[in-house]
Design a protein around this ligand. Structure first.
Ligand SMILES: [Zn+2]
Length: 257
């Protein structure tokens, strides 16, 4: 089976020192629409259907495999927010390995180096194996099933939010969180219990994995994590409705956990 593969390793570019002075990529209108427009542009340029996957992979920021009549493209999420000129350079690079386009891509990546997760992690790895649920195994299964094993992130149980003596009823509970800086997903330890079904833990991990995969687009300076694109992707979780229903039915118990 012949598969043409192009991979451009931008990690070989020497990281320039930037002290937070980097400007964010320009974000026009709805990021979901921009992503769709990018998909259409690439499909037109390559003259074939395109499957687009956004990643947080700093080692191979752009890759293309042609297989079964489909161009399977993986991009660092930075490109989803890139300006039109950069997206055009991207399409020229993917179409014919255009060297001038490759240079423009390098320059773009250098300008936004501060938004690319370093390949060495800053925070220590949290504990993934719980008493009841193994977050590492859950992450791997979800990565395989929904993300073509393309995500590189870490997952672990966060520390208990309140000391044991003060277990009053909470008003709200944050079941999961994602920190882009070190690609870290943390899950609330209240979910590490026998009465919490695995599919619900999976749903919470899946939600945070989507933040990792889609990035957190800024629209008019504000972070818009749960946009239309995000919600559509979230609904692809196989037991989505069931997970929402379970959460509604057990919210009280979660708040007391
Ligand atoms: Zn979220």
């Amino acid at each position: 089976m012949a598969a043409v593969q192009t991979a451009f390793d931008f990690a070989s570019v020497a990281p320039g020192q930037r002290d937070g002075a980097g400007s964010s990529p320009r974000t026009d209108a709805d990021p979901g629409r921009r992503l769709m427009a990018l998909g259409r542009l690439l499909s037109r340029q390559l003259d074939m259907p395109v499957s687009l996957t956004l990643t947080d992979n700093a080692r191979t920021m752009v890759s293309l495999k042609r297989r079964d009549g489909i161009a399977r493209i993986r991009l660092h999420h930075l490109f989803a927010e890139a300006d039109t000129g950069t997206q055009e350079s991207l399409s020229h690079y993917l179409e014919r390995g255009d060297r001038a386009a490759a240079e423009r891509l390098r320059a773009f990546i250098e300008r936004h180096r501060d938004r690319i997760r370093p390949t060495t992690y800053r925070a220590p790895a949290p504990r993934a194996r719980g008493h009841q649920h193994d977050l590492g195994a859950i992450f791997e299964a979800l990565n395989d099933r929904y993300f073509a094993s393309s995500l590189r992130a870490r997952v672990g149980w966060s520390r208990m939010g309140q000391p044991p003596g003060e277990r009053t009823r909470r008003r709200s509970i944050k079941l999961g969180s994602y920190r882009m800086r070190d690609a870290l997903i943390r899950i609330h330890p209240a979910l590490d219990a026998a009465w919490v079904p695995r599919f619900f833990v999976e749903y919470v991990v899946y939600h945070e994995m989507l933040h990792h995969a889609l990035g957190v687009p800024r629209v008019a300076g504000r972070r818009r994590a749960h946009n239309r694109e995000f919600r559509a992707a979230e609904a692809r979780f196989e037991r989505y409705e069931e997970a929402l229903a379970w959460e509604r039915a057990h919210l009280d118990r979660l708040l007391r956990a």
